[in-house]
Design a protein around this ligand. Structure first.
Ligand SMILES: N[C@@H](CCC[C@H](N)C(=O)O)C(=O)O
Length: 328
């Protein structure tokens, strides 16, 4: 059995890179389909496409709650999670500015003094011909470019807002687009060593040498070290925009296990973009096939990096947890 740490470094660079790469496609149109209904949307500065299948049926209709309009100082939301990576979803379709500030989002995400979540996601009006735009603030208030588990929850939320889906849990497949491996697009100051990509490079963190690639492999890491080592990767000088980090164990050519330290959110139960980056890294290093199950603390994700179109497809659950109103 091989244990690799990973990745985030390895993957980390990759994650931001994926997101940053996407961000240059501002306004590009993707599709979201719920059964027979199809919607185009733009994820923040990123684009992605999803399809949703309802796998369970709810007994209650949230319609009356979702129809509520805010009065001063109150924010209505729905709490969702994808494999334990949890988000506060806000119906922001009537404005292209988020209803709350980044500071307010950080307070809401606090697990002791707020609602508790890994991030706040806003469903906003579409741009450039899209039906919707998604924006997300991390639990520290910073704004990432993309969120894999979050985009599945977003898809589920849109379906609920449009009354096209009443299931508590749905399985969502997301087209995460094309991975970009160019070092400067990650961004990382690590020099490209495989074309312009960073594969199997050395990264020194806190005096320890890690074998990283666009992902990081090869070092055993145990869970209790995550809070200690995670921030050192996140804030490493080689990653000017900080980074997400996935620590990985290779179980077989189609099975990976990972722990994540997220930029702006810390140790979370799952990270969709990280799982995608991980599979790309694993394939580039010849460690796995293109279709893998990635086990995360919150459960498994199915990831496929298709050769035909170079896109990465992620499939996993999105579950509604509760409806609430927060005092701001
Ligand atoms: N913290 C991340 C953004 C969120 C990633 C997410 N959990 C996922 O599922 O992809 C960042 O700052 O990049």
């Amino acid at each position: 059995m091989e244990i690799a740490a990973a990745s985030t470094v390895s993957v980390a660079p990759q994650l931001p890179r994926l997101t940053n790469a996407f961000s240059r496609k501002l306004g590009s149109i993707s599709s979201l389909s719920f059964g027979s209904l199809k919607r185009n949307y733009c994820v923040g500065k990123v684009s992605a496409s999803s399809s949703v299948d309802v796998i369970t049926a709810d007994k209650i209709s949230p319609a009356s709650f979702l129809d509520k309009r805010e009065t001063g100082g109150v924010l209505h939301f729905v709490k969702y999670h994808g494999l334990g990576n949890d988000f506060i979803l806000v119906d922001n379709r009537d404005s292209s500015e988020p209803k709350i500030t980044q500071e307010q989002a950080a307070k809401l995400c606090d697990r002791n003094f707020g609602v508790g979540a890994d991030g706040v996601i806003f469903a906003m009006p579409g741009v450039n011909g899209t039906d919707y735009t998604m924006r997300i603030f991390n639990s520290d208030g910073s704004e990432p470019e993309m969120c894999g588990n979050g985009v599945r929850c977003f898809a589920r939320f849109i379906a609920e807002l449009e009354r096209t889906c009443k299931g508590k849990t749905v399985q969502v497949k997301v087209d995460m687009g094309i991975p970009i491996l160019k070092a400067q697009d990650v961004p990382t100051k690590l020099p490209g060593n495989k074309g312009e990509a960073v594969i199997q490079a050395e990264l020194v963190v806190d005096g320890v040498s890690w074998n990283v690639a666009v992902l990081v492999w090869a070092i055993l890491i145990v869970s209790h070290l995550l809070p200690e080592i995670g921030p050192k990767f996140e804030h490493h000088e080689m990653f000017p925009a900080r980074t997400n980090t996935e620590f990985v164990e290779v179980l077989s050519r189609s099975h990976l296990k990972m722990r994540v330290w997220e930029r702006g959110a810390g140790a979370t139960l799952a990270c969709g973009t990280g799982a995608c980056a991980l599979v790309v890294a694993a394939v580039l290093e010849g460690r796995t096939d293109r279709k893998c199950t990635v086990d995360l603390p919150g459960g498994p994700l199915e990831i496929e990096w298709k050769e035909e179109d170079n896109h990465i497809y992620m499939t996993g659950p999105a579950e509604a947890v509760f409806y609430g109103s927060a005092l701001l």
